[in-house]
Write a protein that binds this ligand. Structure first.
Ligand code: FRU
Length: 452
């Protein structure tokens, strides 16, 4: 029987376990995406760099792994990292584990077909602070004065830290001090730092916090290897599935991030796979200085038929204008006026409603929520307060067990659902009170895999 929890347009390996996206990089033949992968099972282990190629940012071709744990210094795992192009060749920086964590280099050919580990590995054999066990996930970018690297670490019982390094050749690195440091004992290891740089020294640092099980962001000014935050650490994705995002730039300059959509319930190993990739998200800076996140524009080309469209109507409690619209691979667009009332959308709904996931936006508190507890997902709903607006625009992507929400190109919420019935594919749109819908559209979304 078809596994209805698999994704059709989110990237996934054919089977087995995957976690973090690693080293996304645009080469001559397209976007190379690597990821933490277990070639031998559907649980975390044997960390290898899985490899996939997308010529058009929409369709994926799965390739054989790029890096395996086959050296003394990385025999316990080829952990997360990044990829930068130097002299026309992709240079991967990753963490080798043996079990000590060190930073290592591997260089590929121009088309990213094969990678060779640097014979002098590890290039960074020790953390800058003695005795620090967590020292991983290098992230490299180029500035006028050379290459810069952020590496994650943590002071036990005190807080996470990101270390700053500098290099001219990607091989020998100088320690430049702490890029920034946290003071939350519950989050004493930061993972997968990604520094997104915008004009005039504005920056956003993405951090994955194991303690809080989520991605957080620090915004501020970056100069002289330091980040000076201008607002407190805040939750970057309001859901319970997004983790360890990585970023890259397209040749046209667009800054893109993507993250791991992890399973939200235990016991999924029996399905033969766990984990998938989020959609590619374009990140930009608005004129008011706020960071915006939206699905990649190209996604519209994957639309495969419009199932519903209507403008200017009001929904109330007993309504369902989406009756008769079905699908598990959908994009839904809702533009609505947020008064004080709550707009609700049920997805993956069985005919009598025993199974359903419920997305809701409460106009009174500007709170966005997804509750997948009646669709096999996490028992607790996930969500958070949003900036809200007079007119809100919500884009919803449902793809098998993946659910991604984008609100006003500002907040995102990623979660997972695992409905058990084949007929759990209905929709219902209604309100508690009354909500004015300016525009509603539903599209079927096609497959990202040529072989499907
Ligand atoms: C984040 C992480 C990274 C590490 C990798 C190992 O999910 O724990 O810190 O490099 O996964 O798979």
């Amino acid at each position: 029987m078809q596994d209805l929890h698999r994704a059709a347009y989110h990237f996934q390996p054919e089977g087995n376990w995957m976690n973090d996206p690693n080293g996304p990089v645009w080469l001559k033949n397209g976007l190379h995406l690597f990821y933490q992968y277990n070639p031998f099972g559907a649980a975390w282990g044997n960390m290898t760099w899985g490899h996939a190629l997308s010529p058009d940012l929409l369709h994926w071709k799965r390739l054989s792994p790029a890096l395996r744990p086959d050296q003394p210094y990385d025999k316990d795992g080829v952990f997360s990292g990044c990829c930068v192009v130097k002299d026309g060749l992709p240079h991967i920086l990753y963490t080798g584990v043996n079990p000590k964590q060190t930073q290592c280099l591997a260089v590929g050919d121009a088309l990213g077909e094969a990678f060779e580990k640097y014979p002098g590995n590890p290039i960074l054999p020790e953390p800058p602070v003695a005795g620090m066990a967590d020292f991983r996930d290098p992230y490299v970018w180029k500035e006028e004065d050379g290459y810069h690297m952020a590496v994650a670490g943590g002071y036990k019982g005190q807080g996470g830290v990101v270390f700053a390094y500098q290099s001219d050749d990607l091989v020998s690195w100088r320690y430049m001090g702490e890029l920034c440091r946290g003071d939350d004992p519950k989050n004493d290891v930061w993972e997968c730092p990604n520094l997104l740089l915008f004009p005039d020294g504005q920056a956003q640092l993405l951090l994955s916090l194991i303690g809080s099980s989520g991605v957080y962001a620090l915004e501020g000014r970056y100069a002289g290897n330091r980040l000076t935050p201008k607002r407190a650490l805040y939750r970057y994705d309001l859901g319970d599935s997004y983790y360890a995002p990585n970023s890259f730039r397209l040749p046209d300059g667009r800054l893109i991030t993507l993250g791991w959509l992890r399973e939200t319930v235990p016991g999924r190993e029996g399905s033969g796979w766990q984990g998938m990739m989020s959609l590619l998200r374009e990140v930009s800076l608005a004129s008011d200085g706020s960071v915006q996140v939206r699905p990649l524009k190209e996604m519209e080309r994957l639309r495969n038929g419009r199932l519903f469209t209507r403008k200017n109507f009001t929904v109330r409690s007993g309504d369902n204008p989406l009756k008769g619209v079905h699908g598990r691979q959908l994009e839904i667009l809702l533009r609505f006026e947020a008064g004080a009332d709550e707009l609700l959308l049920e997805l993956a709904k069985s005919p009598a409603g025993e199974e359903k996931a419920v997305v809701s936006f409460d106009g009174g508190s500007d709170y966005l929520q997804a509750d997948c507890s009646k669709a096999g997902g996490a028992a607790a709903p996930c969500g958070g307060a949003t900036a809200g607006r007079g007119v809100n625009e919500l884009r919803i992507f449902l793809d098998g067990s993946a659910l991604e929400l984008y609100l006003n190109n500002q907040e995102t919420l990623s979660t997972r659902l695992y409905p058990s019935r084949e007929d759990s594919d209905g929709l219902r749109l209604y309100a508690r009170g009354a909500v004015r819908i300016l525009e509603a559209q539903v599209y079927r979304v096609g497959s990202a895999y040529e072989e499907d």
